[in-house]
Design a protein around this ligand. Structure first.
Ligand SMILES: Nc1ccn([C@@H]2O[C@H](COP(=O)(O)OP(=O)(O)OP(=O)(O)O)[C@@H](O)[C@H]2O)c(=O)n1
Ligand SMILES: C/C(=C\CO)CCC[C@H](C)CCC[C@H](C)CCCC(C)C
Length: 306
């Protein structure tokens, strides 16, 4: 059998040599019974034993990673649940108005979810563990949105008018986008990081600032304001820089800032324009903003932030 080889994240891979292929071929019972006694028994041990030992070794090398990914999944799932509960408690006590609560949950869900990615191991399966969190939230929104069960706290913290059907629009699109980004881009590509930053931070702050200071409306959309769009551009760009620095500092991506900054400004500009053009009734911001960001980021960055 070939020696085990260390893979990124500590997993052990056992390369197949021609010999190991021959050994792992399973033989039928009559074949084994017909084998000469001494050698037959030894070969039988080899046939059954070697792959079993190899499997056990590989499994034991992966156990800490499984524990780490499983633990991280539980922790982040609990975090997501607590975030919604905490903002429900704040709205309930009238410490914060419902719409502000919804937008803070919108901003924090994306930012905290991205920030939690380094908790997961370097194994190839880690992204699937991380994807469990938005997936569970997707199931949760569908369950309550379709009225199978009721969860007033969830409805109050993430909807605009307090109607359960609203869970099936903005919040559901939002968690589906998180799910797709984590599965497709994960923490190895600037595209996912920038798209999430624009959707969570940028779009969130456009509303928070626009509603409060947005008296001067845009000439082509009287529902949106200059203040909201400027806030989206600045907060989306700043959050993108912050998150790219975080992932590059942790060694997941490499960023050449001299070139990346100019491209980031263009990506943020494209996302801001898409957010403020009057297409809201046709396509939700939680779909149009990340899609536009992904497209422009892909054209400018390719698959690396340089
Ligand atoms: N560029 C922007 C974006 C938003 N707003 C303000 O934020 C409010 C909500 O904007 P938006 O989130 O786009 O509205 P909806 O799509 O209706 O709500 P949501 O996507 O949050 O469900 C707008 O009415 C406006 O007061 C703004 O002034 N300028
Ligand atoms: C209000 C929202 C969108 C409307 O524009 C956001 C809805 C958020 C979800 C209901 C909760 C999503 C949780 C994330 C999948 C994970 C967050 C983890 C973190 C550690 C808090």
């Amino acid at each position: 059998m070939a020696a085990p080889v260390a893979r990124p994240g500590g997993a052990l891979a056992f390369p197949l040599s021609p010999g190991s292929l021959l050994l792992s071929r399973s033989r039928s019972a009559p074949e084994l019974a017909a084998a000469p006694t001494g050698t037959g028994r030894r070969r039988r041990w080899l046939v059954a034993g070697v792959p079993a030992v190899a499997g056990a070794l590989a499994a034991s090398a992966q156990t800490p990673m499984l524990l780490r990914d499983g633990g991280a999944t539980l922790l982040v799932t609990a975090g997501a649940y607590s975030l919604v509960r905490a903002f429900d408690a704040l709205t309930e006590r009238r410490l914060i108005e419902q719409n502000l609560s919804r937008k803070i949950v919108h901003v924090l869900s994306g930012v905290l979810f991205m920030s939690s990615w380094p908790l997961f191991s370097n194994s190839a399966e880690a992204r699937f563990f991380a994807a469990v969190v938005p997936f569970l939230n997707c199931v949760r929104l569908l369950t309550y949105g379709l009225g199978f069960y009721s969860d007033e706290a969830l409805v109050k913290s993430v909807t605009r008018e307090g109607k359960r059907e609203e869970l099936l629009r903005g919040p559901l699109y939002y968690v589906i986008v998180l799910l797709i980004i984590v599965l497709v881009f994960w923490r190895d590509s600037p595209i996912g990081i920038v798209s999430l930053s624009m959707m969570s931070g940028g779009d969130g702050f456009a509303d928070i600032i626009g509603r409060r200071f947005g008296s001067l409306k845009l000439p082509f959309n009287n529902k949106k304001s200059w203040a909201g769009s400027v806030a989206m551009f600045i907060s989306g760009s700043l959050l993108s820089v912050l998150m790219l620095s975080y992932f590059s500092w942790l060694g997941y991506i490499h960023v050449s800032w001299d070139q990346a900054l100019g491209k980031l400004v263009l990506v943020a500009l494209a996302a801001t324009v898409v957010e403020c053009i009057p297409v809201n009734d046709v396509v939700d911001d939680n779909i149009s903003v990340p899609l536009a960001t992904m497209l422009v980021a892909f054209m400018l960055f390719g698959d690396a932030a340089n």
